[in-house]
Write a protein that binds this ligand. Sequence first.
Ligand code: M6R
Length: 607
Amino acid sequence: MCGIVGIIGKEEAAPLIVEALRRLEYRGYDSAGVATLHDGLIDRRRAPGKLRNLGGILATDPLPGVIGIGHTRWATHGAPTESNAHPHASDRVAVVHNGIIENFRELRDELSAKGHAFVTETDTEVTVHLVTEYLRQGLDPVAAAQKAVKRFEGAFALVLMFRGDEDLLIGARKGSPLAIGYGDGEMFFGSDAFALAPFTNRVTYMEEGDLAVLRRSGATVYTVNDVAVRRPIVITQAGAALVDKGNHRHFMAKEIYEQPEVLGHTVHAYVNAITETIALPRTAIDWTAVSRLTMVACGTASLATQVAQYWFEQLARLPSGTDIASEFRYRDAVLMEKGLALFVSQSGETADTLAALRHARENGQGIASVVNVAESSIARDSDSVFPTHAGPEIGVASTKAFMCQLGVLASLAISAGVARGTITREREIELVRRLLEMPRLVGEALHQEAIVANIAQELAKARDVLFIGRGLAYPIAMEGALKLKEISYIHAEGYAAGELKHGPIALIDENVPVIVIAPYDHLFEKTISNMQEVMARGGKVVLISDRKGHDLSGDGVWMRIEIPECEPAFQPMLTAVPIQLLAYYTALAKGTDVDQPRNLAKSVTVE
Ligand code: M6R
């Protein structure tokens, strides 16, 4: 899940490569590096840490050359040091790599026995030595690359640059994405079209097993069997403008505050406000023919599917289940005939989700997806695509994408209910009206900012935090814990409130804040009983509820956050807001790196 770039250009390549890498930093920021050819020789600059460190080095020690490759790393094998940073190189070839070469140990042993000296702890270094070995045996660069790539196992994308040839880059794709960009007398490789957007909007998405030979005059693409093929050139919609933070200190804050607007865009894409009906795109699904819905995703997207399971069951009475992608793909799940598998992903590139999609297709499931990046691999591999309209999400902690996923999934569940006859026309009108109100209510929920910021000062002192909720509030409790963990580094867990007494209540004392998510609904009384059990043991409770819930919750609550009242089915869109703000302000109080928390990456493109 690194970002890779290659440029055969007309002007100095290094600054352009850094510009493209900036657009790929969401894929990892453990180290960065650039290599160019200068007078035919490979030269490189690399730096641990974020791209700005590399920028500093290049400013004092520039790298000349009109052809180059670049990399931003999320470390898999080997610590994020300069020597482990890509590009890796011999005197003959330089390589940038995204993914994992699973059989690197056996290749390393084989090449070491032939006298190759390894200087890094990475799996990638075997690619350099194997291609070098074939070049030394007399193969030309294309043949050497083709022969080497066939020996690599795992999921990877590679770009190679060769000593002495300033008109050649070779890229290969197996499992990890790689796009070719077409310029005017210039050619590009990039992990995605967004990286290439400053240079061109004409791209080819390489297919599984493809190897591409780039020269200034164009690209030749070969299949895994070395047969030259034509791959379509598409005009990408990826914008050239780098998204900025506006008036906010962090992208995460900007994205939290954009939620009313982007939820509005998303909901309006699925609702006809005039006829007060759900209006799905043309690729829509025949819900009456679906025997079972299996929703698969990772992380926050997976928690959106857990909310959606309640919706599909309650509104549409559709047998439904959710799975974490990394489990689903190996679990050998029993998949029913006429089953529909629905994949949810912000990036559309998450490796486990993509692999799960392919597994579901092989097992006869219909394939639908909810994605934020319309041209992503998951979108391209789906029969039906339901875009979220969140716009680029840069903060590693997902916020607005989650909100928009909820907007799309709610619309799908209502449409399923209408089609299956479990929602009457009157109820559809009611739900559509309430759904259209949600962007405004999300805006009102954001008004709690000052209160949340105060509470966060206290949370920042805690070592452990529990989040509890029932029904639709349970996935939000887990999302609250995930958000807090990933950006404030405070240990947090989300539990079904009813589960507390089956173990976690042993953790409760006056040092463990418990965030209770309990809007007023049919489960309110039960959650409040669990809250009392916490308070009886000295636990400090922060209650997130609406006016009625706070009025009926009794005394003893430590701190309160009020959300607006809404249609009970849509409460997760409102309870999500304070848990995002709590995580954000706690991270601010702790001084952590909000947008790029340690050890994480925005897009997880390795297994
Ligand atoms: O791009 P995806 O939605 O497929 O990503 C899934 C997870 O990696 C992602 O939601 C992750 O859990 C976030 N960092 C959570 O904030």
